[in-house]
Design a protein around this ligand. Structure first.
Ligand code: AMP
Length: 281
């Protein structure tokens, strides 16, 4: 496995792999890799011949008061982690390599971004769509792998790829969780021991709401209240949102008639965690 830092080097390696008749799989990440990312790399290794992982903490997708500066970075450990899971190339560009001058162009996905994280993180999905478009153009993969953990991001990328006819097949990977149910996230590292213990409330509340759905509850307002109450019982939790939305449009629903996504974003201290579960009818 090789680590490269420039776009030219990526193009060279990918061109070689293509010449050898290999399919290209791509996993975009911001590093601080954990077993959740590992599942994406493993899926890529199974699904394609040559696997590229990008590690780039993209400033465009962070708001002014967010954690860009303190976001965990550890390229050596990340590279080793990817090598063990079958990656062939790591692309770890500098900000300057990705953004040599101020961007005059951005990619905005109008649908799907006026709810959930789009409300509390204005500009976030524009930053994500723009960097993913750049990365797709740099790597030109056949397959790209994204986690269900970031369900809205996945939906936004799928829509962007369809709308703009980007020649890549988007694959999703189920959320990987800790033994107690907490979804793995690079941001879990920020949690104090007490916050870490408290954070399991997200999984528990989502599970309990899923059980209600399975038992036949179809009143989405009641489910929403139930989710919010369940999370609020944890004193260290401060809800950003707890929603029941249509799985496709991501718009809030008042009754459950089609597949729905239960989606939550909750602060523990300064750390904002998200999680979701999909209920299929
Ligand atoms: P990030 O480095 O946080 O930008 O995440 C990179 C990719 O890993 C995204 O597609 C995420 O959805 C995915 N991912 C992050 N955490 C998990 C997890 N616990 N399970 C599955 N995929 C994940």
């Amino acid at each position: 496995m090789e680590i490269v830092h420039t776009i030219a080097e990526v193009r060279q390696h990918v061109a070689q792999a293509r010449q050898a008749g290999k399919t290209i799989g791509f996993v975009p990440t911001m590093g601080a890799l954990h077993v959740g990312h590992g599942a994406l790399v493993e899926a890529a290794s199974k699904g394609s011949d040559y696997v590229v992982v990008s590690i780039f903490v993209n400033p465009l997708q962070f708001g002014p008061s967010e954690d860009l500066e303190r976001y965990p970075r550890n390229l050596e450990a990340d590279a080793q982690f990817c090598a063990e899971r079958g990656a062939h190339l790591i692309f770890a560009p500098s900000n300057k390599e990705m953004y040599p001058r101020e961007m005059a162009t951005s990619v905005t996905v109008d649908a799907l971004t006026n709810t959930l994280c789009g409300v509390s993180r204005p500009g976030h999905f524009r930053g994500v769509a723009t960097v993913v478009t750049k990365l797709f153009n740099i790597v030109q993969p056949d397959f790209a792998y994204f986690g269900q953990k970031d369900a809205q991001q996945l939906a936004v990328i799928r829509r962007m790829v369809a709308d703009l006819n980007i020649p890549v097949q988007v694959e999703s990977v189920p959320t990987v969780r800790e033994a107690d149910g907490l979804a793995l996230s690079s941001r879990n590292a920020y949690l104090s021991p007490a916050e870490r213990r408290a954070a399991v409330v997200l999984y528990q509340a989502l599970q309990a709401a899923m059980a209600r759905l399975a038992a036949g509850e179809r009143n989405a307002d009641a489910l929403r209240d139930f989710l919010r109450e369940a999370i609020s019982r944890e004193p260290l939790a401060r809800i950003d949102y707890a929603e029941v939305v249509d799985a496709e449009s991501l718009q809030p629903v008042s009754s459950v008639e089609r597949d729905v996504l239960l989606a939550v974003a909750v602060f523990f201290g300064k750390t904002r965690l998200i999680d979701n579960m999909l209920f299929t009818m």
